[in-house]
Design a protein around this ligand. Structure first.
Ligand SMILES: *Cc1c(COP(=O)(O)O)cnc(C)c1O
Length: 437
């Protein structure tokens, strides 16, 4: 059975269910899985004919043995995923894994969709739960989509100051749904602080069974390993040498999921941690001290992170085997000009449109391919983390193309009103929630 521990303690072990329903260890730190499960035998018989829900239904019950049986896992996989990753092979040594076919056009849809579905499944015959999430940009829509109509779950979105867009008022609690969007007079960090305060306020947290769907929840991290495994089974028959994933990295959740896939037995030779000008964390990856720099605004905004929120999770890998890790993760920094140039060249050379965040990883992959450290037979697989239409104007200009915006992504722009506006204080949050229920 896979158990979870805090990054700050090796003792108190909890089940997957407890980890996702409490999501902040009482000892502090973040939850990480303790033991690794060897999945190698499954890679033998899964191949390019395996669908994504089939892969999830096969892998999840092995990882979560004793908590999620194969029938439940298959229900979860079917109800979470009506979208799939899409592998595009560009040449013998280069592929792109498009992770933007979900409801909001961002790879985060994969982790969030699984978390919502598995939470509903594990809550059967238990008391209801409440999921508090700091929701910036389209993440709120992803959460609202995934948790909409989930039995036994109320989803509270804390939106920082600014416009709220893309939510469907029909899903809100006063209209018979289970979503409560609350605008907080403050920043995204204020919203996150409020959630930590709510989780740590025992009477309040216990009354509603409060957890969070932010990236602190390990129930988002684990399912991100699934698309790495999926990419591997799709590409394996074309592989003749090394396999390296290039991952656009901001808070490093995606990269860490790749490292777990490797721990689970996925044959992979390395990961590129592709960053933009916010690349101070590269020093840490190379074994030096991490000294954060002030954040820099770039044209790949999802990667504008100066202190990755998953720092402690990454640290837990490096503490175990620092030398192995230095040979496994290669940092790369790509500037804005190269990002634009890469969008143009990817279109001209391969006919693909890249979102700027994906272009950073693409450029980093090309850079690695051009060095001599790797002899010939290396296949780099670039994770495309967002739909090109998410930055339609920039992508269009760089590629010299008109970028079509799919209707589901156009809807994300529609403004909506929250159902409450509060100061960034716990009593205000408690009051707003109580008045809705
Ligand atoms: C969140 C995000 C990233 C960064 O992923 P991390 O897991 O935080 O490293 C990259 N690209 C896009 C489009 C994102 O939304």
């Amino acid at each position: 059975m896979m158990q979870f521990r805090s990054t700050q303690s090796h003792d108190a072990l909890v089940s997957f269910k407890d980890a996702i329903l409490h999501c902040l260890p009482p000892e502090g730190g973040l939850y990480v899985p303790t033991q690794t499960v060897d999945m190698r035998q499954f890679f033998l018989y899964m191949d390019s004919g395996t669908t994504y829900p089939e892969l999830v239904a096969t892998v999840a019950p092995v990882l979560l043995q004793g908590e999620l049986n194969p029938f439940s896992a298959s229900r979860v996989a079917e109800s979470a995923f009506n979208f799939e990753p899409e592998l595009q092979q560009l040449d013998e040594g280069l592929s792109v894994l498009n992770l933007y076919n979900g409801p909001t056009g961002v790879f985060k849809d994969f982790g969030i969709a699984f978390l919502a579905a598995v939470m509903e499944e594990l809550l059967k015959n238990s008391s209801p739960a409440m999921v508090l999430t700091a929701a910036r940009g389209d993440t709120g829509v992803s959460i609202a989509n995934a948790f909409n109509n989930r039995e036994g779950i109320t989803s509270v979105l804390l939106c920082p100051e600014g416009d709220i867009r893309g939510l469907d008022p029909a899903t809100f609690v006063p209209n018979g749904g289970n979503i409560i969007p609350i605008q907080v007079k403050g920043t995204f960090d204020d919203c996150q602080r409020l959630i930590a305060a709510a989780i740590n306020d025992r009477p309040f947290a216990d009354r509603y069974n409060i957890t969070s769907a932010n990236a602190i929840n390990p129930g988002r991290l684990l399912p991100q390993t699934f698309y790495y495994l999926y990419a591997f089974i799709k590409i394996k028959k074309y592989l003749h040498g090394d396999l390296v994933f290039s991952v656009p990295s901001g808070n490093f959740g995606n990269l860490i999921a790749g490292l777990y896939a490797w721990k689970f037995g996925m044959p992979v030779n390395g990961f590129i941690a592709a960053m933009n000008a916010n690349n101070a964390f590269g020093d840490y990856i190379q074994g030096k001290k991490f000294i954060p720099h002030p954040p820099i605004i770039t044209n790949s905004p999802s990667l504008d992170v100066s202190i990755p929120s998953n720092y402690e999770r990454l640290q837990s890998f490096y503490e175990e085997a620092p030398a192995v890790m230095r040979n496994m993760v290669y940092p790369a920094a790509i500037d804005d000009a190269i990002t634009l140039k890469t969008m143009e060249e990817a279109w001209k050379k391969y006919g693909i449109l890249l979102n700027p965040n994906s272009a950073v990883a693409f450029a980093a992959a090309e850079k690695l391919r051009a060095t001599r450290d790797f002899d010939g037979h290396i296949h780099t697989l670039v994770l495309a983390t967002a739909h090109p239409a998410k930055e339609a104007a920039l992508v269009g200009k760089a590629a010299g193309q008109t970028v079509e915006i799919p209707p589901r992504l156009a809807m994300l722009q529609k403004p909506v009103d929250p159902i409450a506006l509060i100061d960034p204080q716990l009593d205000a949050l408690e009051g707003a929630i109580a008045s809705c229920l």
